[in-house]
Design a protein around this ligand. Structure first.
Ligand code: GDP
Length: 370
């Protein structure tokens, strides 16, 4: 068998695994024809970088390799799912390294949310786990918000080094690199050749970017197993992942009331006077207030139908985990459901959160409106 290589990155072409380097849907017969793998083709023709992913087991190796290269590290988190993407195992390894924390997807938060306050909140989150970062930025890769500010910091901290982008799958690493390429590399100069990092075994890729020939390096994203997305089939992704600015909806909730987030999560007020609950979820999800006494009936008769997602295919396998949370203190608190969204409660209260099993739920000080 003739082994063919991609002329962009030099990797051996393969047709088996889309997420691995060298992938091409089919390899042409003509042995003299120059071929790009799908990744290089997209990068060269559309300035677009597809994603690469890692399992929990292999991710430690990814971070170890990145650290050993002594570059500038951009740790990317999803602002809409901060707690679910600010992973202790990653943070622990990056302590004492040159790190810029970048919170992406700012465009999803309501326009009224204040960037300075968000940065203060992110800083407090880092301090809480003794994680010292060199800078914090809030950006939107999709809308191109604050990319110039980020680039200024990168230029200031880089000192002739490569820049490594690390973080969970779906936080927007590829989107951010694509956005930087589109913004800062002139269209005429679009023959970008990418390559695996020399001397590494991880499936990371170099994108020459800086005038000193240093690169932006995209690394495999960690799959966060406790994100709700990973409990569902791809047919539900479009409904769950918000694609535009979230319009919060506020409900006055009395004890014996529940809020359904489609059939994915149910928040029931157990104790507390009238509580104002502001819901931040994708506008494609049904947010429905009802009496808690109707919960079982709704789940039994409408899951996969009115309560969709889960879809009719997913519904038979759905199981819920129940957790009671006590929200205390004078500040507003958020109930965060990893990968789905959050609810801001204006008063102390006790709630029961039922959510699809293996999905993380957290309480935090509210990021909007405190
Ligand atoms: P990666 O796995 O970290 O490389 O993430 P991707 O770049 O593939 O992005 C994952 C999903 O998040 C895609 O659906 C993107 O369109 C979306 N996404 C990425 N950046 C943004 C952003 O700034 N705003 C919004 N709303 N969505 C984004």
């Amino acid at each position: 068998m003739i082994i063919k290589k991609c002329i962009g990155c030099g990797s051996i072409l393969q047709t088996e695994n889309q997420d691995k380097i060298g992938y091409i849907p089919s390899i042409p017969e003509d042995k003299d024809k120059p071929i790009y793998c799908k990744r290089c083709f997209r990068l060269n023709h559309y300035n677009e970088l597809p994603k690469i992913i890692a399992t929990k087991e292999s991710y430690e190796r990814v971070i170890d390799e990145v650290i050993s290269k002594n570059g500038l590290i951009v740790l990317l988190v999803d602002l809409f799912d901060f707690t679910g993407t600010f992973i202790p195992a990653i943070v622990k390894k990056l302590r004492n390294k040159n790190v810029i924390l970048v919170a992406n997807k700012y465009d999803l938060l309501p326009k009224s949310s204040n960037v300075t306050k968000i940065v203060e909140w992110l800083s407090a989150m880092c301090n809480r786990v003794f994680f010292k970062v060199d800078a914090i930025h809030v950006v939107s890769s999709n809308k191109g918000y604050y990319l110039d500010d980020l680039m200024n910091t990168v230029d200031f901290l880089r000192h002739d080094r490569d820049v490594y982008f690390v973080g969970c799958a779906n936080v927007g690493k590829s989107s951010l690199i694509n956005a930087l390429l589109k913004r800062f590399t002139p269209k005429t100069d679009n023959i970008i050749s990418i390559s695996e990092i020399p001397g590494t075994t991880i499936d990371a890729i170099n994108i020459p970017f800086f005038s000193d020939n240093k690169c932006l390096i995209d690394t495999p994203g960690l799959i966060n197993e406790n994100n709700i997305i990973n409990q569902l089939l791809p047919e539900s992704y479009r409904t769950i992942l918000p694609s535009k600015e979230i319009k919060p909806i506020t409900y006055q909730i009395f004890s014996e009331n529940s809020i359904f987030i489609s059939g994915l999560a149910i928040i029931s007020l157990l104790e507390g006077e009238e509580v104002s609950m502001t819901c931040y979820f994708s506008d494609k999800l049904l947010v429905h207030r009802t009496k808690t006494s109707r919960k079982s009936d709704l789940l039994a008769n409408h899951l996969g139908g009115m309560l969709n997602p889960p879809t009719i295919n997913e519904a038979p396998n759905i199981k819920y985990t129940d957790t009671v949370f006590e929200l205390k203190g004078s500040k507003k608190q958020d109930i965060v459901i990893s990968g789905l969204g959050f609810i801001t409660c204006n008063k102390p209260c006790k709630v029961l959160v039922s959510v699809i099993e293996n999905t993380d739920v957290f309480i935090r000080n509210a990021i909007i409106g405190n």
